[in-house]
Design a protein. Structure first.
Length: 305
């Protein structure tokens, strides 16, 4: 990335501190582009996971150095947390990508997004952060929206190996939830950009190692694939997850988990716009339920706090 783009990214992440809910929502929407772009790349799970992290480093390193000059380095104990988050992120990327073919995109999307339950539960058990009653009221509607948007209600639970795919998707959900919990925790005391850089480095290394052992990593996938994966790095890793990493520590755990449900909504819209996939009326209804329930939970939370 150029110096201009790095400056623009720094401005975006700077504004994230002042408007964390908006920034989290934008980050989730940027992340939603990853699924379509990875599909267009044709890369294997290990190859896509490794390259999307590797190609993000040229943009993240200068931003992290700027932050280090202002706030100092990340303490070693917190760095260990970020490395664990990166390993979990790699596990999520590899397992979920495999589950898409094995159990179908619909059910894999439902299962991985049970993070909306697991992340607040982790915050309750570890940080003693109880979710508000309005979140508990909206939770069944949020889950219903995810089910409808995924297409499972219309036979979207197909796949080549349903049982194995379900196992992979559940494990991906556990990894995803742990990653989100640790990502939020890693930035709560500052140095969020540096923490996210360490997450990305750990995810690249773990993706390379685990991908090579599991389904293989192609270190020379071709310029076309690299081009698409570079776009994944820009939209998913730099703009998307960096915004999430900066905004998440400033939000209640349940609010961040709800806003990340915009990712499957955005992926559905992009699939229609880019790949020519046509969402059904039930899927559109699911998106509406997610948006309405999420707006209710998050805006009421902000008003009452």
């Amino acid at each position: 990335m150029t110096r201009v783009s790095e400056s623009q990214t720094a401005n975006v992440t700077g504004r994230a501190a002042g408007h964390p809910s908006v920034s989290m929502a934008l980050g989730a929407l940027f992340v939603s582009a990853s699924a379509v772009l990875i599909h267009l790349s044709g890369a294997s799970p290990g190859t896509a996971s490794f390259y999307r992290c590797l190609l993000a480093l040229p943009a993240l390193v200068p931003l992290a150095l700027l932050e280090r000059g202002r706030e100092g380095p990340v303490p070693a104990r917190r760095r260990a947390v970020t490395l664990a988050a990166g390993a979990l992120f790699a596990g999520d990327m590899l397992l979920w990508t495999a589950a898409i073919d094995e159990v179908g995109a619909g059910l894999s999307t439902v299962l991985v997004n049970v993070q909306v339950v697991i992340v607040p539960l982790l915050a309750l058990l570890v940080d003693r952060e109880p979710p508000p009653r309005r979140f508990l009221v909206s939770l069944p509607f949020l889950l219903l929206g995810v089910v409808l948007a995924s297409g499972v209600a219309e036979g979207g639970a197909g796949g080549s190996r349903p049982l194995l795919g379900t196992v992979h998707a559940v494990l991906a959900a556990v990894c995803y939830s742990g990653f989100l919990f640790l990502l939020r925790r890693g930035g709560q005391q500052g140095q969020a950009v540096q923490s996210y850089l360490w997450v990305t480095v750990a995810a690249a290394v773990a993706s390379l190692a685990a991908g090579a052992l599991w389904q293989g990593v192609d270190l020379a996938p071709g310029w076309t694939a690299v081009g698409w994966l570079a776009l994944v790095a820009v939209f998913g890793q730099v703009l998307g997850w960096l915004l999430v990493a900066v905004a998440a520590p400033r939000l209640a755990s349940h609010v961040g988990a709800i806003l990340l449900l915009l990712t499957p909504v955005g992926a559905l819209v992009l699939g229609w716009a880019v790949l020519g996939e046509h969402p059904s009326p039930l899927q559109l209804a699911g998106c509406a339920v997610i948006l309405a329930s999420g707006t209710f939970a998050t805006t009421r939370s902000a008003r009452d706090s």
